[in-house]
Design a protein around this ligand. Structure first.
Ligand SMILES: Nc1ncnc2c1ncn2[C@@H]1O[C@H](COP(=O)(O)OP(=O)(O)O)[C@@H](O)[C@H]1O
Ligand SMILES: [Mg+2]
Length: 278
């Protein structure tokens, strides 16, 4: 396999007051150019930690990340991140938010008119050209995520890292965003790692779904190859037997093999005649 991104035998331990907490143990994953890979797993298993190590925000305790033959040691624009909460600067317009990223990456190499064209092109890709001069508080949550994606794409990253990018959106908006992302990926052939806990989203968008075991010491449990033809259409897929088989494999992993037992701290506070549970 022609590997673009090599997440090589990563351990990640965090110092805590009670000693080291091993969040990840021997996470090993190779991703090739143009691949769309989803990370799925229960909340708290370590998905964001994997992404943060790839982003260069965390340094792995053991192992490392190699992108295009270079070791990742710090954050860089070749690994653009889209977070669940848009993280746009509120005092800047959509255009200016994208411009900031373009200046960072192409400040010295692109002419002024070329930059303008490039910013507009990327906002158009996410269908935000009609609201370029609006500020984040003047647009919806879905639109803010669109701008966040435009900003990431405008950096022309080698790999696009997305941490539950649509997690805060309502179901219909999320479906629109997924369709847009598929369209964009079809056009640009980006390499993407996306974290999700939405099984349908994972199957619809991915070439591979990496299913993580529960933590501590979380690792790659199983990898599912999603060999559905592209372009994919959610409506026809919902009636497709193979789609439903793939979907049920992920569900089985999550809810049978890695069933999460929530530990709820039951503190009984006696308040006279009634007992409250907090
Ligand atoms: N900076 C940190 N310091 C200590 N523990 C952390 C830190 N970041 C994450 N963790 C712990 O690592 C585990 C995995 O977290 P995370 O990667 O955020 O999970 P997920 O994204 O799958 O919900 C959790 O138990 C979390 O509490
Ligand atoms: Mg997370």
């Amino acid at each position: 396999m022609d590997t673009l991104l090599d997440i090589s035998h990563i351990d990640m331990a965090f110092p805590t007051p009670e000693g080291g907490f091993t969040a990840l143990k021997d996470v090993d994953l190779k991703i090739k150019k143009g691949e769309f890979v989803s990370l799925i797993g229960h909340s708290g298993c370590g998905k964001s930690t994997v992404l943060n190590v790839v982003a260069g925000l965390y340094q792995a305790t053991k192992g490392g990340v190699i992108l295009s033959g270079r070791e990742v040691t710090e954050p860089g624009p070749e690994r653009a991140v889209v977070f669940q909460n848009h993280s746009l600067l509120p005092w800047l317009t959509a255009y200016q938010n994208v411009e900031l990223a373009v200046e960072q990456v192409f400040g010295k190499t692109m002419s002024k008119p070329a930059k303008k064209e490039w910013i507009e092109h990327n906002l158009k890709l996410v269908h935000m050209d009609h609201a370029m001069y609006k500020r984040p508080n003047e647009i919806s949550g879905g639109m803010k995520q669109r701008v966040g994606i435009a900003r990431a794409l405008a950096m022309q990253p080698e790999v696009l890292l997305m941490d539950e990018p649509f997690g805060a959106l309502d179901a219909l908006t999320r479906a629109h965003m997924q369709d847009s992302l598929m369209e964009i990926q079809n056009e640009l052939n980006n390499t993407v790692i996306m974290i999700t806990h939405d099984v349908d989203e994972a199957v619809l968008l991915s070439d591979r779904i990496v299913m993580m075991t529960n933590g501590p010491s979380a690792t790659v449990g199983e990898i599912l190859h999603v060999d559905l033809e592209r372009p994919r259409d959610r409506l026809s897929l919902s009636k497709d037997a193979h789609y439903n088989r793939l979907r049920s494999e992920v569900l089985t992993f999550l809810y049978e093999k890695q069933r999460k037992v929530e530990t709820i701290k039951n503190k009984t506070i006696s308040t006279g005649t009634t007992a409250k549970t907090a």
